[in-house]
Design a protein around this ligand. Structure first.
Ligand SMILES: [Zn+2]
Ligand SMILES: [Zn+2]
Ligand SMILES: [Zn+2]
Length: 402
């Protein structure tokens, strides 16, 4: 098999890689069914969708592991994860029964929270917070469920760069390792990151197409005319109705980019006339988040929970976490089931799942009803930080005479 467009003799065949350096090729992910997944554990996975694709391009047919190569040139090639990285066999322990009881805040805490809040606002009088009478504390405590799925995906495509001066890691040095066998750094779990590196033994030299191997191209600044518009008078030859000194009134000046030689060094090859072309591997790590907060049946704006932390009640971290089954709030169980299933079918088909983390936090939320000077008002205390949300604080401007 020849690799087209090489200036050098065709390098040995690279099993598993796109063959045409001129056209970045994309091989769709060809997932492996993971034998370690307990049958029936993830009933929603459509195994037909995971079957290897038929190669649409005859030149790629028969390349071991890359039979699914497609013609979409905007994406690199994805490869199935080796079984060793697959999930552990089923029978993953579910959260143990524990005391899920929900604490509620005291009058004192509620009062302090409002005082702190009023003091922190430049225009709020502190009197209501100090003098109010709490009439009722109503807990609306809720939960935040999170599933994080940390994935790795690998893509590769042909790239062309100027020669580096180092010895070329050419195909003569051996077969290119399959993308998933290339050693990459250990990622920080649950953090997004991308790394690029050349695939070993895929680098070849070829003639630079930008300059046809000459190392020089027509000057891009003057288009080979050796003259450019004068910068100082913008080509008019005049500055404030006087003749431009810089160009003696001609409006043009000699091109400095090429020193009037009409040519410049080719940027594609840095003037060497030859470039190297190789397969570049891109490894992308991504933390995919599913978040759910059940309806707390209050008029508190749920979005505000984003700014606070909760009390961690449950955390489970493994390659594949099982859905939570026995949490007292059934909507959490349902969310967990949906999330686990959704992430599994979404990411197993495109990436390798390295780790999942599932957490439940208790989000404290208390509605405080109080009266002050005959007025009935209310506020919410939320989060571990005891933040306050209030719409009807009775003293919101310094100009109000109390
Ligand atoms: Zn020029
Ligand atoms: Zn001028
Ligand atoms: Zn060039």
């Amino acid at each position: 098999m020849d690799i087209p467009n090489y200036g050098q003799p065709a390098p040995p065949f690279q099993p598993g890689y796109p063959m045409n350096p001129a056209m970045p090729s994309c091989l769709p992910y060809q997932p492996a069914m993971n034998p370690a997944v307990a049958p029936g554990y993830y009933p929603s996975v459509n195994t037909n969708a995971l079957a290897p694709q038929v190669a649409p391009y005859p030149q790629f047919a028969g390349i071991p592991g890359y039979e699914g190569l497609a013609g979409d040139s905007n994406h690199g090639k994805f490869l199935p994860p080796p079984p060793a990285f697959g999930p552990e066999p089923g029978n993953v322990p579910t959260p143990t029964n524990r005391d899920w009881s929900i604490p509620s805040i005291s009058n004192e805490t509620a009062k302090h929270a409002l005082q702190d809040y009023a003091n922190a606002q430049c225009c709020y009088g502190s009197s209501p917070a100090e003098e109010m009478e709490i009439t009722q504390l109503i807990p609306f405590n809720t939960y935040r469920y999170r599933l994080e799925t940390f994935t790795e995906s690998r893509t590769c495509e042909w790239v062309t760069k100027p020669l580096s001066g180092d010895a070329l890691d050419s195909p003569e040095k051996g077969p290119a390792p399959p993308p998933w066998e290339i050693h990459v750094k250990t990622p920080t779990l649950f953090h997004d990151e991308t790394e690029k590196q050349p695939v070993p033994h895929t680098t070849s030299k070829k003639s630079c197409q930008e300059c046809n191997g000459k190392g020089k191209i027509i000057c891009q600044k003057c288009n080979g005319n050796s003259q450019v518009k004068c910068d100082d008078c913008n080509g008019s030859g005049k500055r404030l109705s006087e003749e431009c000194m810089s160009c003696s009134g001609t409006g043009t000046m000699g091109c400095k980019t090429c020193n009037q030689s009409n040519v410049q060094t080719c940027p594609g090859c840095n003037g060497k006339g030859q470039v190297m072309t190789f397969i570049e591997l891109t490894v992308a790590w991504k933390n995919n988040l599913y978040e759910f907060i059940p309806d707390h049946r209050s008029d508190f704006p749920t979005d505000l929970f984003k700014k606070v932390t909760g009390e961690k009640m449950y955390s489970d971290e493994q390659i594949l976490v099982p859905p939570i089954m026995n949490f007292p709030d059934v909507s959490i169980n349902q969310a967990s089931q949906t999330a686990v299933q959704q992430h599994y079918s979404q990411y197993m088909s495109t990436c390798r799942i390295l780790k999942q983390r599932q957490t439940i936090e208790l989000l404290p939320l208390t509605k405080v009803e109080y009266s002050w000077k005959g007025k009935n008002c209310r506020y919410f205390v939320y989060g571990r930080e005891n933040k306050v949300e209030t719409k009807d604080y009775p003293s919101t401007c310094c100009c109000v005479i109390l």
